[in-house]
Design a binder for this molecule. Structure first.
Ligand SMILES: NC(=O)CC[C@H](N)C(=O)O
Length: 364
C-alpha cells in the first residue's frame, strides 16, 4: 500500500505502508536503539509522537507481549527504513507489521531514515503527518502544519489510569513498604521494579489531590514518566510542593521534571531530545559514567537551581544537560533517564532503586 510522511518544513517522503490504514499526526522523533521495539512503541511517553528508528533494519525478532510497557502501542505511528517480515523468535508469532495492524496504528517503511534524522537534528523536532493508504505528500505537509505544538496538548489525561489501584508484592519481606505511584503515563517496568523488591504499589491517576495521597500514608511518593511538556503536569507539581518534607519523593523522566519544577527549577524543550539505549550519564560525585536508556524531549534547566537547596548530581556527557538531582536536606531525588530500562541497559537499576529502598528505610 502506498504511504507518505510530510513534515512541517515541507519535506515529503514516500514509502510502503503497513499496519492500519489511515492518517496520524505527531512530532516526528528518532531513537537510536536497535532493539526494544515493542517496549518503545508501548511506552506512553511516546503519545503524540511518531516514532522513527535510526537503525536500518527493525523487527529482527518477533513481538513479545510480556514486555509491553502499557496496554498497547502508544506511539502514533512508526517510521522505518526496512522492517523484517519473518523474524526468528520462539516466543512470538507476530512481526512488527502485525503488531501495528492489531493495534490499529499505521507505519511506513522504505524511508530514508538517515536523511530524516539529519534533518531533525539540524532543524529540531518537527510536526509530521503519516498517511497510510495515499501518497498525497502535499496533504501530509498541510496536516503536519495544521496540528498544534505538543506543549499545548493535554496528553497525560489520555494515558493516566482512570481509578487508583493497588498491587501487592508477592515477595515476602518482614517490613513491607508501600509506595504511591503517580501515573503520568507509567511504563510498567517502574511498578515492576518496586514490586520485585517487596514493595506494595498504589497507582493513582494524574489528577489525584494531595489529601488523597496523604490518606494513603505511603512510605514514599513516586512520579512516573509520561508524555508531553512537564508544564502540563500542574496537579503533580502542586502535590510535590505540598508534600515535600513530609515523605520521601522520587521520580523518573517526566516525574523528574515535575519534581524539579516543584523545587523551583524551569524546564525547556531540547532541540531534538535524547532517545536511545546508550546515553552516557556521569555521576558528578563518583565521576563514574553509566550507559542509560532515555526517551525525552524536554529537560531541566540546571542554572535554575542556583540559590536553591537542590544539587545537580548527574549530567549527560553528550551535552551536559541535567540527568539527576537531589535535595540537600530532604529525601527528594530524581533522574531524567530510565533506570528501569525496558528497553536498554540496566546499569543504573540497582543503584537507583537501591536508593529508593534506602529512602524508605527498606532492605536495599
Ligand atoms: N519519558 C518521559 O517521561 C518523557 C518526559 C517528557 N514527556 C519529555 O519528553 O521530556
Amino acid at each position: 500500500m502506498s504511504a507518505v510522511i510530510g513534515l512541517e518544513d515541507g519535506t515529503i517522503l514516500k514509502g510502503t505502508g503497513f499496519g492500519a490504514e489511515g492518517i496520524v499526526c505527531g512530532e516526528l522523533v528518532f531513537t537510536t536503539q536497535y532493539t526494544g521495539y515493542e517496549e518503545s512503541l508501548t511506552d506512553p511517553s511516546y503519545t503524540g509522537q511518531i516514532l522513527m528508528f535510526t537503525y536500518p533494519l527493525i523487527g529482527n525478532y518477533g513481538v513479545n507481549d510480556e514486555t509491553f510497557q502499557s496496554d498497547g502501542v502508544k506511539a502514533e505511528g512508526l517510521v522505518v527504513r526496512e522492517a523484517c517480515l519473518s523474524p526468528s523468535h520462539h516466543l512470538s508469532t507476530r512481526n512488527i507489521y502485525k503488531l501495528m495492524e492489531d493495534e490499529g496504528k499505521p507505519g511506513i517503511s522504505g524511508i530514508d531514515t538517515r536523511m530524516l534524522t539529519i534533518g531533525t537534528r539540524e532543524h529540531g523536532t518537527m510536526r509530521a503527518a503519516l498517511i497510510n493508504g495515499s501518497d498525497d505528500g502535499e496533504e501530509a505537509v498541510r496536516l503536519a502544519r495544521e496540528q498544534p505544538d505538543i506543549s499545548s496538548l493535554d496528553l497525560i489525561s489520555r494515558v493516566t489510569c482512570k481509578e487508583p489501584y493497588t498491587i501487592e508484592s508477592q515477595v515476602k519481606t518482614a517490613d513491607k513498604k508501600h509506595v504511591v505511584l503517580f501515573d503520568l503515563g507509567m511504563k510498567k517496568n517502574i511498578s515492576m521494579s518496586l514490586l520485585k523488591r517487596g514493595v506494595d504499589v498504589t497507582v493513582v491517576p494524574a489528577n489525584t489531590p494531595t489529601s488523597v495521597i496523604e490518606d494513603y500514608n505511603p512510605d514514599l511518593l513516586f512520579l512516573s514518566n509520561g508524555p508531553g511538556d512537564p508544564q502540563n503536569a500542574q496537579n503533580a507539581i502542586d502535590v510535590v510542593k505540598d508534600l515535600a518534607g513530609t515523605m520521601p519523593i522520587s521520580g523518573i523522566c517526566l516525574g523528574h521534571q515535575v519534581i524539579s519544577r516543584a523545587l523551583g527549577a524551569d524546564t525547556y524543550k531540547l532541540k531534538f531530545g535524547h532517545r536511545g539505549a546508550n546515553q552516557p550519564v556521569k555521576d558528578l560525585e563518583s565521576g563514574i559514567v553509566h550507559i542509560t536508556s532515555q526517551n525525552h524531549g524536554f529537560a531541566v534547566e540546571g542554572d535554575s537551581f542556583d540559590d536553591t537547596d537542590v544539587t545537580v548530581t548527574q549530567i549527560n556527557t553528550n551535552d551536559n544537560t541535567v540527568e539527576g538531582i537531589e535535595h540537600n536536606d530532604l529525601d527528594i531525588f530524581s533522574v531524567q533517564y530510565h533506570p528501569e530500562a525496558h528497553a536498554g541497559p540496566r546499569d543504573t537499576e540497582k543503584i537507583f532503586f537501591g536508593k529508593v529502598m534506602k529512602a524508605m528505610g527498606g532492605r536495599v
